[in-house]
Write a protein that binds this ligand. Structure first.
Ligand code: NAP
Length: 438
């Protein structure tokens, strides 16, 4: 079996990779496990390896890695470079904070001494999607590794080149890229101690079910249909600029992209006009050009599924295109719809809907099966009053939703289980071991 990667902008074949058969893949897991025995011994050595090998290798390879990413999945090159740089910032965060994150915690009890250790679990399988092919891996794999675990990566097939380049950059037997399909990866879950999955909700649910059979630790980062709520007290011009970034970055293919724009009736037409101005300024086209902000969707399949969603929106409401599409490119789109739309649109399509009161905004915000991130725009106290009732893992006021290494990232409902990043997410793949000494 082999995997063929294709440039979604030109349609050209990029490379053909030989797949690992299940035995090869298992050997890679064994290799990582063997290396983990020494790796887990010293946090100082692990921090040293992150500082002296992994970080400089990422810095040296930033442009090459970004180029492979853009060629394989169509992310505009300037955003690919930013993604690699953001991943280097996560390395910095871990280099600086790992000692504290994984330090034993003393707890006063009746024992002469009692404390909690955060020991690594063993080998973690990271199953990752194509949309942020470097950052997604960084978020799951770096904390797991610095905690003392080994990592095997099953990356999305369309970004196999990125996957192998990451293995080269990390340059340790501890981190192995598996070139396997989803079925083979799932069959190997029994050989690892935990699974970090980022991807769609149905696939995540099936992987969590498999991991559940073996009682393996899981972290699930799944889909979202995040609301972007604009109150009548909002700075509309700032909100419209943020709406364009939040909805259109990564060609609209982000789990935390603002997807449903809920606008208070009084400011609806003003916000719509400003958002249209912002959407019409966006440069659409060749993702290799520095000025491009919206490039092609990642594959023909992806394009087909977004096209079907646009057709549905056209049948139910008003749809306006800002530019021409060709090949896998869909230009920025604003749709107006006066009904509940629950699907996640993985493309540059903003759906606008009016609301009357704050209570109605919260009700509409919550009426999806997802609960990843919510962005609220308006007077700080007005917006903050709504936070407690929003069903989401993250709420950002007067900002789009984004990930920051210092804060937990993740969702509730059908958007996921567990957290990534921060000290909380960084401890997900550890054994919180109780120690009691008399
Ligand atoms: P996907 O189809 O679920 O694929 C994700 C990963 O799972 C890929 O490595 C894929 O490999 C693998 N996979 C697919 N089918 C599988 C199966 N039956 N068993 C085991 N593994 C399987 O998701 P996607 O379309 O690539 O990514 C988009 C989705 O990810 C969106 O829903 C988005 O919201 C979500 N996402 C969530 C977050 C978050 O942090 N919450 C972040 C980014 C993306 P192949 O490529 O080989 O099929």
């Amino acid at each position: 079996m082999s995997v063929v990667t294709r440039d979604p902008y030109s349609g050209k074949v990029l490379e053909t990779f030989e797949s690992d058969n299940p035995e090869n893949a298992l050997n890679k897991i064994r290799k990582s496990r063997e290396a983990q025995k020494a790796w887990k011994a010293s946090i100082d050595d692990r921090i040293g390896y992150f500082r002296e090998v992994i970080k400089p290798n990422f810095e040296k390879n930033t442009d090459e890695l970004a180029t492979i990413m853009t060629e394989e999945m169509g992310k505009p090159i300037s955003q690919s470079i930013s993604e690699v740089k953001k991943s280097i910032k996560l390395l910095d965060y871990l280099i600086e904070n790992a000692r504290e994150i994984y330090a034993s915690e003393e707890i006063k009890t009746d024992a002469s001494r009692s404390y909690i250790r955060f020991d690594p679990l063993g080998t973690i399988m990271c199953i990752e999607p194509w949309n942020f092919p470097v950052w997604q891996v960084a978020r799951a794999a770096f904390p797991a590794m610095i905690a003392g675990n080994g990592v095997v990566l099953k990356h999305a097939s369309i970004v196999t080149g990125v996957s192998l380049k990451l293995q080269e950059i990390i340059d340790s037997p501890l981190f192995q890229s598996l070139v396997v399909d989803g079925k083979t990866a799932t069959s190997l879950i029994k050989h690892v101690e935990g699974v970090a999955f980022t991807g769609s909700t149905p696939v995540g649910a099936s992987i969590a079910a498999e991991a559940g059979k073996e009682l393996k630790r899981v972290v699930m980062e799944l889909g979202g249909s995040d609301p972007f709520i604009i109150l009548d007290s909002a700075d509309l011009s700032k909100a419209a600029k943020a709406a364009a970034i939040g909805r259109l970055q990564n060609n609209g293919q982000s789990c935390i992209a603002s997807k449903r724009f809920l606008v208070q009736e009084k400011v609806y037409s003003d916000f719509k006009r400003l958002a249209e101005e912002e959407f019409s300024k966006v440069v659409v086209g060749d993702p290799m050009k520095k000025e491009t902000y919206v490039g092609p969707l990642s594959s023909e399949d992806q394009k087909r599924s977004v096209d079907a969603q646009i057709k549905y929106l056209q049948s139910k409401g008003k749809v306006k295109f800002f530019g021409e599409g060709n090949g896998n490119i869909i230009p920025p789109i604003i749709a107006e719809l006066d009904e509940n739309y629950q699907e996640e649109i993985f493309g540059p399509v903003a759906v606008l809907r009016k609301f009357d009161s704050k209570d109605e905004a919260v009700r509409i915000a919550n009426e999806t099966p997802f609960g990843l991130g919510t962005s609220i725009w308006g007077e700080k106290s007005d917006a903050e009053m709504m936070v407690g009732d929003i069903e989401a893992g993250m709420v950002f006021v007067n900002s789009i939703v984004f990930s920051d290494p210092r804060l937990p990232f993740g969702g509730i409902k059908k958007s996921g289980l567990g957290r990534e990043l921060s000290k909380y997410g960084s401890r997900e793949f550890t054994n919180m071991k109780t120690v009691w000494i008399n």
